[in-house]
Write a protein that binds this ligand. Structure first.
Ligand SMILES: [Zn+2]
Length: 468
């Protein structure tokens, strides 16, 4: 059984290596052609991995000149499929230029991206593929591969419109147990135990109100962390989540367990998160367009999901963060207008669109209820309003009805289930080697390939306290 599994695994690896080699050769050839074609691709300085490629990096005149040239695009390339792996310096404009795709097509793609906003955060390592019509050489389909579990397809619907589909694979979540004792700072000790910088920040954030990690953590204190990482076909997607934490500080125990509602509670079932607000404004405004996965778009008159809720309000109305978090984007988009995105821990994200003024910067920490912007009418908008989105685990949900952190304890009816979950996680922390292939309870997302999710547990104990 194991041998068979290894065999197929090896074959899959071989296939993938071959595929990658072919892609690499293709990409190299294209890059060479691109280099010869244009030496002006680099509008952004190469400053390392954190570069975000903005669609707005086109010169203003080009953004304004959105008229479609009726003449067909030149048919130079022998093939009709192009691949571009994003590198520092790339912009959407330069890539479209490179493949001789009309600027008006870029505008049509950005219009389709208004509800996903996936193209605003292109990063080195992302991949774009372009499929052109074989005869007229117009763009028929563009795909953005963000990581192995997530890609977005933009498909031509008619001469002027693209539709989009976001494909999210469930993948396989593998649990591991990371354990260590404090030597130096918590940050260094967690890093030594195998936690990433982001995961360490999440853990210290979870206990932010209870423990001062700089002052109160002492040498010899012990921590145990259960982490899940997502894999698609054996490839790590870069996505992880913290499922349980125990910190033994002297004689005191601090704990956090992720429950099915997406919130963290301590072992007694008391919430660790501060409550969320339901509404992003002080007063409740009229809903002018509800959350609707099958909405008829007011401007394009096509079925296109409305991933948020629109509140009609006068421009200049104060917009408030609905929860504590970190500002992850402050952007200006030709269709979404001026917008802000806030990351609230690992599970929740909110977005605020069509703003008139920003009051925060990217990377800034904000508190629930903090004024982050003024509402407006920027981008593609039919009147002054605020478009507000709530995403749970990367998927948009109805912000008016979704369950949000209430900073209370686990509901009585769910307590038995929660206690069982705590027992399970604690037992994994204590005997990681006894646990294998535990099914993961998570509702199956849409767009699926029939893959089932399961969890494998890998023991990864700190050697200094192994066997204790
Ligand atoms: Zn809207």
């Amino acid at each position: 059984m194991n041998a068979i599994r290894n065999n197929t695994r090896e074959e899959r690896h071989k296939l993938r290596r071959r595929r990658r080699f072919r892609l690499l050769v293709g990409t190299l050839a294209l890059s060479l052609a691109a280099f010869i074609y244009t030496s002006s691709a680099s509008l952004f300085p190469s400053t390392g991995a954190e570069i975000v490629v903005s669609p707005l990096s086109l010169p203003e005149e080009e953004l304004q000149a959105q008229l479609c040239d009726p003449t067909p695009e030149p048919a130079a390339a022998p093939d009709n499929i192009f691949i571009r792996d994003i590198v520092p310096g790339d912009t959407l404009g330069s890539i479209f230029n490179m493949f001789e795709i009309a600027p008006c097509t870029l505008q049509q793609i950005l219009a389709a991206d208004e509800e996903v906003l996936a193209l605003d955060t292109l990063r080195p390592g992302n991949r774009l593929t372009f499929t052109l019509d074989k005869e007229v050489r117009s763009l028929e389909r563009m795909e953005l591969f963000i990581h192995p579990a997530r890609h977005v397809v933009y498909q031509r619907q008619d001469d002027t419109t693209f539709g989009f589909e976001e494909v999210i694979l469930p993948g396989i979540w593998e649990q591991d147990v990371l354990e260590g004792s404090i030597e130096g700072s918590f940050y260094l000790s967690a890093k030594r135990a195998g936690l990433s910088e982001k995961e360490t920040a999440i853990v210290s954030d979870l206990f932010g109100e209870q423990i001062n990690f700089a002052r109160e953590i002492r040498a010899g204190d012990v921590f145990q962390i259960i982490r899940s990482q997502q894999f698609v076909e054996d490839e790590f997607t870069g996505q992880s989540r913290i499922e349980g934490v125990r910190i033994f500080r002297g004689k005191r125990l601090y704990s956090a367990f992720l429950f099915e509602d997406g919130n963290y509670y301590d072992h007694r079932g008391e919430s660790l998160a501060r409550a969320f607000r339901r509404y992003p404004t002080n007063t409740q405004y009229r809903v002018s367009s509800p959350f609707n996965p099958r909405r008829l778009h007011p401007i394009t008159r096509r079925i296109s999901p409305h991933n948020g809720v629109d509140f009609a309000m006068p421009s200049g109305t104060p917009v408030l963060a609905t929860g504590d978090g970190i500002v992850s984007r402050v952007q200006n988009h030709p269709f979404a207008g001026k917008y802000i995105e806030i990351q609230h821990g690992t599970q929740y994200t909110t977005r605020y669109l069509h703003l008139s003024r920003f009051h925060v910067r990217t990377g800034q920490k904000v508190e629930r209820g903090q004024r982050i912007a003024q509402s407006g009418n920027t981008g593609r908008s039919t009147g002054p309003h605020l478009h507000f989105e709530l995403h749970v685990k990367g998927r948009p949900v109805n912000p008016l009805t979704a369950s949000i952190p209430k900073a209370s304890s686990v509901p009585k009816a769910k307590l038995a289930e929660f206690n069982q979950r705590v027992t399970e996680l604690v037992s994994i922390m204590e005997h990681p080697q006894h646990h294998i292939a535990q099914p993961q309870r998570e509702s199956a997302p849409q767009n699926l390939t029939g893959q089932t999710e399961h969890t494998k547990i890998v023991a990864q104990r700190d050697s200094r306290i192994a066997g204790s």
